[in-house]
Design a protein around this ligand. Structure first.
Ligand code: ADP
Ligand code: MG
Length: 244
């Protein structure tokens, strides 16, 4: 494996009962790369992300975070600390402020002292443009602001990789831009990110590769220019055209 490989997935299979959801998925992500997984709903995109942090263990296949085989490790808690996860529905604690939400993983999981955690939380909130909202509760924030808190919380853990599962699909259209902009900045800063998204213009502009999935398999993956302009598979063209 290349020294630069952060994530490597090999031949992943997952079924729920007799519903075969993942049928041999392989992909990898080098340090600093952003890849966007696209495909119809029910295709297994979320299942891949859930497999990566073992919320849903795969039936077969291997997942490496650098040189650690996540499917075989006996310290999954440590691995999970190194993988950020940004959810569609934000997953914030309503009884904590924006800053409290960013701090909680630092104090509870990383055992950082309160003052250091607070400083880091303020830094990460500034990074996502929310310095003025550090003391606001989720109920006082817009959807876009909530999602930016979710991103700040992931960043604060200083993960090797951040997984995003449709981070803007619960947002009103006028609020998606602020979230996508933050993600675009992170891509430019060299964060390693695996993103599930239907935002094709965004995928096209930020990703090093687009991964097109259908019915549990990767149909085609490659640089956005290649997939948009010169795909190998007719299905790829049809899918991408429908969304642009
Ligand atoms: P996508 O994210 O591409 O929309 P998912 O990975 O969420 O697709 O789901 C793929 C398939 O797996 C769907 O048919 C879904 O109903 C099924 N599925 C996902 N999670 C579970 C679960 N925990 N139990 C049973 N079936 C599930
Ligand atoms: Mg999904």
């Amino acid at each position: 494996m290349s020294q630069n490989t952060i994530l490597r997935i090999e031949n992943l299979y997952k079924s729920f009962g007799d519903n075969e959801v993942l049928k041999g998925i392989s992909l990898s992500l080098n340090k600093g790369e952003t890849k966007v997984i696209v495909g119809p709903s029910g295709t297994g995109k979320s299942t891949i992300l859930n497999n990566i942090n073992m919320l849903v263990p795969p039936d077969k296949g291997d997942i490496y975070l650098e040189d650690i085989n996540i499917t075989k490790t006996n310290d999954i808690h440590k691995v999970r600390q190194e993988i950020g996860f940004v959810f569609q529905d934000f997953g914030l604690f309503d009884h904590l402020t924006a800053k409290g939400n960013v701090m909680i993983g630092l104090t509870k999981v990383k055992k950082m002292d309160k003052k250091d955690a607070e400083e880091l939380a303020e830094f990460e909130l500034e990074r996502v443009g929310l310095s003025d909202f550090a003391d606001s509760y989720p109920a006082q924030l817009s959807g876009g602001q909530k999602q930016r808190v979710g991103i700040a919380r992931a960043l604060a853990m200083q993960p090797k990789l951040i997984l995003f599962d449709e981070p803007t699909s619960a947002l009103d259209p006028e609020l998606t831009g602020e979230v996508l902009n933050v993600m675009k900045n992170l891509a430019e800063e060299g964060m390693t990110m695996l993103i599930v998204s239907h935002e094709m213009a965004f995928a096209r502009s930020v990703s090093d590769e687009i991964i097109f999935m259908e019915k549990g398999s990767i149909v085609e993956q490659g640089p956005p220019e290649k997939l948009f302009n010169n795909p190998v598979e007719v299905r790829t063209k049809e899918f991408l055209l429908k969304l642009t």
